[in-house]
Design a protein around this ligand. Structure first.
Ligand SMILES: Nc1ncnc2c1ncn2[C@@H]1O[C@H](COP(=O)(O)OP(=O)(O)OP(=O)(O)O)[C@@H](O)[C@H]1O
Ligand SMILES: [Mg+2]
Length: 239
């Protein structure tokens, strides 16, 4: 579904942040990207989304080379949704307005139908539809950010640390929301996470990144069961 082939990318001409990144996700898979701060996880998602263009290598989406496609094109025509790590909702706008922004490129009557659909999937949104997003809790806000990206029915969803800053209970609610939309809409999800064990529990596969390349990959269940992997990459013992 999405194939990243030996991608090299960076923000300035002298420095490569992604140093030959190769990975893939199949249709309707949840694939988690793990790795230490600064290893290039967000940069990878930004490169897939089209905020950054690769210096070399290819980003293939459903068999088409989309390496040079800018972000607005990928969101409008390419079926890609993106939830950035920070500032992923408009606090001053209501929940409804945030969803309308997410549906900016859609036909108006589809926008309303999709808002109704997402409110049915995530009832927490319906309760506060006309209140400012600023009044939401951290977990509710992440669900709104997810729903905003889901408005145009993406086939690939890129999530950058959806559980950041959430309590253990709320984190599980957000992961459940992610799992639900995969089950319901068969969407492919590529998710960066720091809460490794919890993220692996809802994932099919994972990649551990290190300094701009893939250090390790495998089935989520296998990685979780491997004591050495747990010790080295997943923050010690499972809880
Ligand atoms: N806009 C930018 N301009 C220049 N350098 C950047 C920019 N964004 C990130 N970098 C650098 O790229 C490297 C990788 O950053 P990136 O944000 O991809 O890491 P990350 O793995 O997502 O880290 P974290 O876990 O802290 O979110 C870092 O050295 C960072 O300083
Ligand atoms: Mg990051």
């Amino acid at each position: 579904m999405i194939d990243i082939d030996n991608v090299i990318a960076g923000y300035t001409p002298e420095v490569d942040i992604l140093k030959g990144m190769t990975l893939h996700a199949n249709k309707a898979e949840i694939v988690t990207l793990l790795g230490p701060n600064g290893c290039g996880k967000s940069t990878l998602l930004k490169t897939i989304a089209g905020f950054l263009l690769p210096r070399s290598g290819r980003v293939m989406l459903e068999g088409a080379d989309v390496s040079r496609q800018p972000v607005h094109h990928k969101i409008r025509h390419g079926g890609v949704g993106f939830v950035p790590q920070t500032e992923n909702v408009f606090s001053a706008l209501s929940i409804r307005e945030n969803l309308q922004v997410g549906g900016h490129y859609m036909i108006r009557r589809d926008t309303q139908a999709r808002i109704d659909e997402l409110c049915a999937l995530y009832p927490v949104l319906r309760k506060k539809l006309d209140t400012p997003a600023a009044s939401m809790s951290g977990g509710e806000r992440q669900i709104l950010a997810l729903a905003r990206a889901l408005m145009p029915r993406p086939r690939l969803l890129l999530l950058d640390e959806p559980s950041a800053g959430l309590s253990p209970k709320v984190l599980l609610e957000v992961f459940e929301a992610i799992r639900e939309v995969r089950a319901k809409e068969g969407i492919t999800i590529l998710m960066v996470e720091q809460n490794a064990m919890e993220a692996l529990r809802i994932s099919d596969r994972a990649y551990v990144l290190s300094m701009g390349t893939v250090a390790l990959t495998g089935q989520a269940a296998e990685l979780m069961a491997d004591p050495q992997v747990r010790e080295l990459y997943l923050g010690g013992r499972a809880t």
